[in-house]
Ligand binder design. Structure first.
Ligand code: DPX
Ligand code: MG
Length: 562
């Protein structure tokens, strides 16, 4: 078979596990979409707009490890780039492919549609370079295979998004056939000298420490270090906590697990154990203003062992070329058991407060909503937590083994979860139960993507927390801008269904109504079910109020005098 640029790309997609790619059509990418389809090895899934297309790919990457989104020039790509920034922040390899001007127009001085009206079309590539770890413009079919392979390699190695633009007259241009995929995706091996020196330094650091602890951060997932962390905790016997953004990245059923470390809003008893630990081992952690509750807890200011995806810092020395997983496994072989932190935690008797069942006919509260969602979770559940009060309810839940949580706490784009949960459901195994907690304000940004869940018969269950506005913002800094126009959220599903959809829209105003709605949602396997949950606008997690005040204080620090 004669390969073309588009078919070469399709073949590479199939070889790296991209069984579906997400797309919005436009005249700069139509031939490319044809070529991708004709290869027949990757399916096309359509989105309502390019922001959603980028986030759908981001969600697919959460389920499958890598994803692709295909968009048109400027008008499409610029919307998608927001989601690509998110994929970068969240360490998810997404390949963004944009159709681009015809090669005959390059350097011609002509003005093209969808551009800002200058004859220089290079600005999209330049912007993409800031947001990705590799960006290429294909203007010659002969060079296309090497360019495509280079961006894929960078995405796989760095677990970050990449960008390709393909001149619209080149997608069907003949090019070389793809060689073995191994040469593109093979991992770089850890450097043995750096590894053994890093492990020796860590063992020396831990030697006279009284209370080691293990903290799990977001980057552990992208480098597949989760099982290694369990081994290290077994050898060390210490207490383990996850950060809020890494909930579910360490099994909560494991006897070493004590809860979420989130500064002042940590799970009961966890902050004390970690703040008094003299040897925190931080695996893939990222500390920002949100995760430190407005800089009120800054664990990285202590002496710690900081393990990044590809380098380790310990005892005042930095070791590059050491893969997180290799370091953790090698350290697990050498550490001495020290269960002091875990014993101290157990002796404190601290545990997550149990939520008591509400009177079934009382007005629904967010506590009752949390309790019922907690009751639904099983080993096959994945719970998406949208930015807002949902974070705090989800983080406080106890997860059965195998249950996963997805959130986007670094980028924090409200509306992320609707398209991301769509993309995730496209990529997830059929037995996965996909659930999302989404605030009313967030939903209004990207609601259209529920229509794509309907189109693809995906049984996603959405809990729409209708508290009449931006409650998290109310707690950070209130004003009239935190009130939003109410929608008939459950009612929109009928509009999206039109003549052939199988989505369901339900309303719950009491605990009893919620219980009934959940039963219907669980039984609906032919499409999404949205349960609109009526909540009082002041009703939110107590941790949100506490955290909101701390973040507000950090945001309003006066400028320091010169
Ligand atoms: C904003 C946020 O209704 O959730 O639980 O009521 O807060 P809660 P909602 O979804 O409201 C979300 C709202 C407006 N953040 O409280 S968190 C600012 C913001 C953002 N992302 C984008 N624009 C604005 N995070 C894209
Ligand atoms: Mg709200």
């Amino acid at each position: 078979m004669q390969y073309t640029v588009g078919r070469y790309l399709a073949e590479r997609f199939a070889q790296i596990g991209i069984e579906h790619h997400f797309a919005v059509a436009g005249d700069y990418n139509l031939i490319l979409l044809d070529e991708l389809l004709e290869g027949g090895r990757t399916k096309q899934v359509y989105c309502s707009n390019e922001l959603n297309c980028g986030f759908a790919a981001e969600g697919y990457a959460r389920a499958r490890g890598i994803a692709a989104a295909i968009v048109t020039f400027n008008v499409g790509a610029f919307s998608a780039l927001n989601a690509i920034g998110g994929a970068n922040a969240e360490n998810l390899p997404v390949i963004l492919v944009s159709g681009a001007p015809n090669t005959n127009d390059l350097g011609s001085g002509r003005i093209l549609h969808h551009t800002i009206g200058t004859p220089d079309y290079s600005y999209q590539l330049e912007i993409a370079k800031y947001l990705t770890c590799a960006a290429e413009s294909i203007i010659d079919p002969q060079q296309a295979p090497a360019q495509i392979d280079r961006v894929i390699r960078m995405a796989v190695l760095h677990k970050k998004p990449v960008y390709l633009e393909i001149a619209c007259n080149l997608s069907n241009a003949p090019c070389a056939a793809p060689g073995p995929i191994e040469g593109v995706i093979e991992e770089v091996p850890t450097n043995h000298k750096a590894l053994s020196d890093a492990v020796d330094a860590a063992v020396a650091f831990l030697k006279n420490k009284k209370k080691p602890t293990l903290l799990i951060g977001t980057r552990i997932r992208s480098v597949k270090g989760e099982e290694a962390a369990v081994k290290l905790s077994d050898s060390l016997g210490c207490a383990v906590a996850t950060m809020a953004s890494s909930k579910s990245y360490f099994p909560e059923s494991n006897p070493h697990y004590i809860g979420t470390y989130w500064g002042e809003v940590s799970d009961p008893g966890v902050q004390k154990v970690f703040d008094t630990s003299d040897a925190m081992i931080c695996l893939g952690t990222v500390f920002n203003d949100y995760s430190t509750s407005g800089w009120t807890s800054e664990p990285y200011k202590k002496e710690i062992i900081q393990v990044h995806p590809w380098h380790v810092e310990v005892g005042g020395k930095s070791f590059s070329g050491v893969h997180l997983r290799d370091f953790v496994l090698a350290l697990a072989e050498k550490v001495t058991k020290n269960s002091k932190a875990l014993e101290e935690f157990k002796a404190s008797g601290a545990k997550r407060p149990e939520i008591k069942a509400a009177n079934p006919s009382d007005a629904l509260t967010c506590a009752e909503l949390s309790r019922q969602i907690q009751g639904m979770l099983n080993p096959h559940s994945t719970l998406f937590l949208e930015t807002g009060d949902s974070w705090f309810h989800g983080v406080a839940m106890t997860l059965p083994k195998g249950a996963r949580v997805e959130s986007e706490m670094q980028w924090g784009h409200i509306g992320w979860s609707v398209p991301s949960v769509f993309g995730y459901a496209v990529g997830a195994a059929p037995q996965r139960q996909v659930i999302a907690m989404i605030g009313d304000g967030s939903f209004q940004l990207t609601a259209q993507e529920v229509a794509q869940m309907i189109r693809n018969n995906l049984p996603v269950i959405i809990f729409l927390l209708n508290n009449n506005g931006y409650t998290i913002e109310v707690k950070i800094h209130d004003g009239p801008y935190n009130r939003i126009k109410n929608w008939d959220y459950a009612g929109i599903i009928a509009a999206f269904n039109a003549q052939d959809g199988e989505g369901k829209g339900l309303k719950a105003g009491t605990g009893k109504e919620l219980e009934e709605a959940i039963k219907i949602a669980v039984a609906n396997k032919k499409g999404p079910t949205l349960i609109e949950c009526a909540l009082d606008s002041e009703d939110c997690a107590t941790t949100l109020v506490k955290w909101g005040k701390l973040v507000a204080k950090a945001n309003s620090r006066p400028r320091k005098a010169d």
